[in-house]
Design a binder for this molecule. Structure first.
Ligand SMILES: C[S@@+](CC[C@H](N)C(=O)[O-])C[C@H]1O[C@@H](n2cnc3c(N)ncnc32)[C@H](O)[C@@H]1O
Length: 334
């Protein structure tokens, strides 16, 4: 276990009160926490004696927090070190699964551990692996073609200067190995005359993190797996932190909670059965009180939906975001 994991690291689970109020009418069953992290949501759910939690996280370093919870709650809690795309392998002991929750993005510990290279304040190796990865960010920056780097920055970071940043990376890497600090300097040098509210490097770091962890495919497969695991009446709740994630979740819930007809007179067979009941069309966002206590929560959006049918062809959903999942498949020579 890494020494950098600290149990005392203060952590505020985002939109906790709001999430709990969505799932509590379903209490008295099992909940699947797909983003265990420091266990903020899991612990709150377990406070009610008739609840059980199955938690997963791709980061094996969170095992320390999972152990603490296991000690306290014993057979009401199980933890698996797997990814969203693998939750379909979980063998449920009973059919009382009531809710599946996702709190996307990186955890407090991942960003604060400067050796993991998630933070642009780090001076270490570019790593950015959340866990169970095929390659690190280091390998991407050292080997990916200029054209593909540009695509990653443009589509996953919505970075206006993607082309110039990609070109500069390819230039600089011929003379030295680029670490986290070098990458922020490269971005700063390209954007030197720009004045933004966010750090110059935020978009490039977000883009690389998405690519290294295949976050788009993970989210899409995770939502489909969650739907398939859940009985009718169960709820899926998702907290997102950036616009690409939110677009995906919004489409998934909204598209499958409406009956769409191309014409009023011709019924559209493919989308006849609603799969979700959507109580809130708008996302839930943090209160002023939460924003004061935990300013990074400002980009969080919570969406949820209740499953109403087993209809499970999601080709339209996958097709809608194929351009992004294809970019995650771009290869590079190692
Ligand atoms: C924002 S944190 C969750 C914090 C948690 N709700 C809490 O209160 O402590 C997100 C966690 O999800 C994990 N994660 C992200 N993508 C994942 C994936 N595809 N599969 C499994 N875990 C993932 C990360 O490793 C991280 O620990």
């Amino acid at each position: 276990m890494s020494a950098t994991i600290k149990l005392e690291n203060k952590h505020f689970p985002v939109l906790l009160k709001e999430l709990i109020s969505i799932i509590s009418p379903l209490y008295g069953g099992t909940f699947l926490d797909c983003t265990f992290g420091q266990g903020g949501y899991s612990k709150e759910i377990l406070k009610k004696k008739n609840n059980k939690v199955i938690a997963i996280d791709r980061d094996k370093e969170v095992g320390l927090f999972a152990k603490e919870i296991k000690k306290k709650y014993n057979n009401r809690f199980q933890f698996y070190n797997i990814k969203f795309s693998e939750i379909n392998t979980i063998k449920l002991k009973s059919n009382d699964l009531k809710g599946i929750i996702f709190d996307l993005g990186y955890s407090n510990n991942q960003i604060k551990d400067l050796n993991r290279g998630f933070s642009f304040r780090s001076t270490a190796r570019l790593n950015m692996m959340m866990g169970i990865n095929d390659f690190s960010c280091d390998e991407v920056i050292s080997n990916m073609s200029e054209e593909n780097l540009n695509k990653v920055f443009k589509y996953f970071g919505e970075e206006k200067f993607s082309k110039r940043i990609a070109r500069k990376i390819v230039d600089i890497r011929q003379t030295k190995k680029i670490n986290t600090e070098d990458l922020t300097k490269i971005v700063d040098s390209v954007k030197k005359f720009q004045k933004y509210k966010i750090n110059n490097s935020t978009k490039v770091f977000q883009a690389l993190r998405i690519y290294v962890n295949r976050e788009i495919s993970e989210l899409i497969n995770g939502l489909i797996n969650a739907f398939n695991l859940l009985p009718v009446g169960g709820v899926i709740a998702v907290v997102t932190f950036h616009s690409i994630e939110d677009k995906i979740v919004k489409f998934f819930f909204k598209n499958y909670s409406e009956i769409k007809n191309s014409s009023r007179y011709i019924p559209n067979k493919s989308n006849k059965i609603k799969r979700f009941l959507l109580k809130n069309k708008k996302p839930i966002i943090p209160s002023n009180e939460e924003l004061k206590l935990n300013p990074p929560s400002r980009s969080a959006k919570l969406r949820f939906a209740i499953k109403t049918s087993h209809e499970s062809n999601f080709d339209e959903f996958k097709g809608k975001f194929r351009q992004l999942t294809d970019i995650e498949k771009l290869q590079f020579e190692k």
